[in-house]
Design a protein around this ligand. Structure first.
Ligand code: FES
Length: 71
């Protein structure tokens, strides 16, 4: 079992780490740069499920949250 962290950045995305790779919808394994995956939680990204920075333009507001997960 390993531990990963899910952080909801204040007014920003969910940050999942450490993540080395993920498998996309076509079955291809893709590396995660910096071992942190930023996932949209504002609903405005044009590259869902990933954050593309659109939360800033949308003035998204959300509290900071943090969870430690075991997988
Ligand atoms: S949280 Fe960044 S685009 Fe949605």
């Amino acid at each position: 079992m390993s531990r990963i962290k899910l952080v909801g950045a204040k007014d920003g995305p969910f940050l999942l780490s450490p993540v080395e790779n993920f498998i996309d919808e076509s079955g291809e394994t893709r590396a995660v740069q910096g071992h942190t995956m930023a996932l949209c939680r504002c609903g405005h990204s044009r590259n869902k499920p990933f954050c593309d920075g659109s939360h800033r333009k949308a003035n998204f507001e959300a509290p900071a949250v943090s969870l430690d997960l075991e997988v």
